[in-house]
Design a binder for this molecule. Structure first.
Ligand SMILES: C[S@@+](CC[C@H](N)C(=O)[O-])C[C@H]1O[C@@H](n2cnc3c(N)ncnc32)[C@H](O)[C@@H]1O
Length: 292
């Protein structure tokens, strides 16, 4: 079995106060590792995709004590400041219905970002004995480097850093990593969603629609984008997102999704779930949008 110990983050001593130290020791470690892999002289500021540079990010502690990233220049947070893990679990891991599934879990995520959803999905998968395989496709046109993901512990964190590092060696392509036991496969498509094509016939059980808000990523909230994800959805699939905006829900409907309202995470009143099932069917915990 390949030695992957170098991917492990230094042992955590405490939370935020240690984040900077970890990042800097990781940075120098990765500098050395990259020199081994790709030759010396490679800058830590990797080239972005689509002609732009990857964002400068900092680790940010959210209200539930969990971490996310903040894009320093734009002041944009990658997960809710009210609770990164709380939002991830409620909206995506549980909201998608994945946690109740047996057998294989297949996910398509728009927005690898700070990898909180990936890490929480891996955690939920390992906790569910009846789940046998996890295939996690994640899309990001400006993926952060592995040095930004040192705040994640455990297997999910290792997979996130491994796939982020691999992507940087193959700009604009899909990078794939597999867990030691072969049950988890993560594919990071380092490109805009329009360019992502899955294997013919491949269908997913859950779509995590998780770009930044419409003001920042307008092209990711259009009917065309929701039609793109619908093309990869299994008949029973659920798309979930933190947004409850009317314009977003209309765009989903235009793309052929059946739209539902659900309770949002924490104090947030609503979020959105979309399905391909018969609109007349009742789904526990969900209210059909547009039906009062
Ligand atoms: C809110 S963050 C994702 C957070 C992440 N899911 C997590 O759990 O940490 C949004 C991400 O979507 C990516 N993104 C936005 N628009 C995109 C597009 N058109 N194509 C691909 N990626 C996009 C951004 O680069 C950013 O990293």
């Amino acid at each position: 079995m390949a030695d992957r110990s170098w991917l492990r983050a230094p042992r955590r001593r405490s939370r935020r106060s240690k984040a900077r130290t970890r990042a800097s020791s990781w940075r120098s470690f990765l500098m050395r590792r990259r020199a081994d892999l790709f030759g010396s002289g490679i800058s830590m500021k990797s080239k972005g995709y689509g002609g732009s540079v990857n964002p400068e990010v900092e680790v940010f502690e959210t209200a539930d004590g969990s971490m996310t990233l903040v894009d320093v220049a734009r002041g944009v947070h990658y997960r809710s400041r009210h609770g990164a893990v709380q939002e991830s679990r409620h909206v995506f891991v549980e909201g998608s219905g994945l946690v109740g599934r047996t057998g294989t879990w297949r996910v398509l995520e728009l927005g690898f970002g700070a990898a909180v959803n990936l890490v929480e999905t891996v955690r939920a998968f390992r906790e569910r004995e009846a789940a046998t395989r996890l295939v996690y496709h994640t899309v990001d046109w400006r993926p952060v480097g592995p040095e930004a993901l040192t705040f994640h512990d455990g297997e999910g964190g290792e997979l996130a850093r491994a796939v982020a590092l691999k992507t940087q060696g193959s700009a604009g392509e899909a990078a794939r990593v597999v867990s030691d036991d072969g049950r988890i496969e993560v594919v990071l498509h380092a490109m805009a969603w329009e360019e992502v094509v899955l294997e013919p016939g491949e269908q997913v059980d859950a779509i995590y629609h998780d770009p930044f808000a419409k003001e920042v990523n307008p092209q990711a909230w259009t009917p065309t984008c929701f039609a793109w994800s619908r093309a990869w959805a299994a008949p029973h699939a659920r798309l979930t997102t933190y947004s409850a905006a009317t314009a977003v829900r209309k765009a989903m409907e235009e793309a052929g999704w059946v739209v539902w309202r659900a309770k949002g995470p924490g104090r947030k009143r609503e979020m959105t779930v979309a399905t391909l099932q018969d609109a007349a069917v009742e789904l526990p915990g969900l209210k059909r949008w547009g039906q009062g």
